[in-house]
Design a protein around this ligand. Structure first.
Ligand SMILES: Nc1ncnc2c1ncn2[C@@H]1O[C@H](COP(=O)(O)OP(=O)(O)OP(=O)(O)O)[C@@H](O)[C@H]1O
Length: 257
């Protein structure tokens, strides 16, 4: 599934938070959005997944205007794992994951054996099969994050939005989660803070600063010493991973010496 974002502007309380952003995610691509804190990454993603209404521009999935899709059509097309996932009541893990099947159901329709099997296989994928009946509130931050990933998986959407999906995860689970997503062969747009992971997993990167796209290209084109200085205000050496050949950043700061 293709995503096209053309000249998108989102204003909150009279302030332009993102301005004139154009992005393309081709079918099956894993595209990253990187940028400093407060640069507008989440606002961009939230506008794409319809939390915010844009004040200008066009958003389309396979040529269809995102804002013209019904709730069910939209939810079957796009799954979201956000950094702010919360659950109002103490549902169990399997109840929360089952919610990912709701776009496929009519009101009060019962869960099918297929739904239950999908929930089970997603929980196995994220390593939470022992947690099926646990109350969500009893889980650690990383376990909660993996529940939301499982919920997105059962949604079986061809487009996945990830807003800092590895926030609470230890390094093993960060790599495991990105491996799972990569192997789904769906289109992905992900805001990532870890630039080495962004370089390792993404086919293309957009760099956002002050609400605007300031760089775009392959990780090799984008992850450079000058970009890191200009956009993130850090000094570094950029080398290459000895096995994958992807850019690898070694940060340098006065306090290290
Ligand atoms: N509802 C809101 N009301 C007012 N300002 C907002 C609102 N939502 C976002 N902003 C502001 O918009 C700017 C961009 O925020 P956003 O969350 O999109 O950035 P981000 O790049 O995702 O940041 P981070 O890396 O810290 O998560 C910030 O200055 C933020 O304070």
């Amino acid at each position: 599934m293709n995503l096209t974002v053309e000249q998108l502007t989102t204003t909150i309380e009279q302030k332009k938070i993102i301005e004139d952003i154009s992005i393309h995610v081709y079918s099956g691509q894993f595209v990253g959005v990187i940028g400093p804190n407060g640069s507008g990454k989440s606002t961009l993603l939230k506008t794409i997944y319809r939390i915010f209404r844009p004040h200008g521009g066009l958003l389309s999935l396979d040529e269809r205007d995102i804002f013209k899709l019904s709730y069910k059509e939209f939810s079957k097309s796009m799954a979201v794992v956000s950094q702010e996932g919360s659950v109002p009541f103490d549902f169990t893990v399997s109840e929360i994951v089952l919610m990912g099947r709701s776009p496929y159901k009519r009101l009060l329709e019962r869960d099918t054996a297929e739904d239950v099997a999908l929930v089970r296989s997603s929980l196995v994928k994220v390593g939470l099969e022992q947690f099926t009946d646990r109350g969500f509130s009893t889980l650690s931050g990383g376990e909660k994050q993996r529940v939301f990933i499982a919920r997105a998986l059962v949604q079986e959407a061809p487009f996945l939005i990830l807003d800092e999906p590895t926030n609470h995860l230890d390094i093993h689970h960060q790599l495991h989660m990105l491996d799972i997503v990569r192997n789904l062969n769906v289109s992905v747009l992900a805001a990532l803070h870890d630039l080495n992971l962004a370089a390792a997993y993404c086919d293309a990167l957009y760099v956002v600063k002050d609400g605007k796209v300031v760089r775009y290209g392959s990780p090799e084109e984008v992850i450079t010493k000058s970009m890191l200085k200009e956009v993130f205000q850090v000094d570094c050496t950029v080398t290459h991973h000895p096995k994958t050949g992807k850019p690898q950043i070694l940060f340098i700061s006065d306090g290290m010496f």
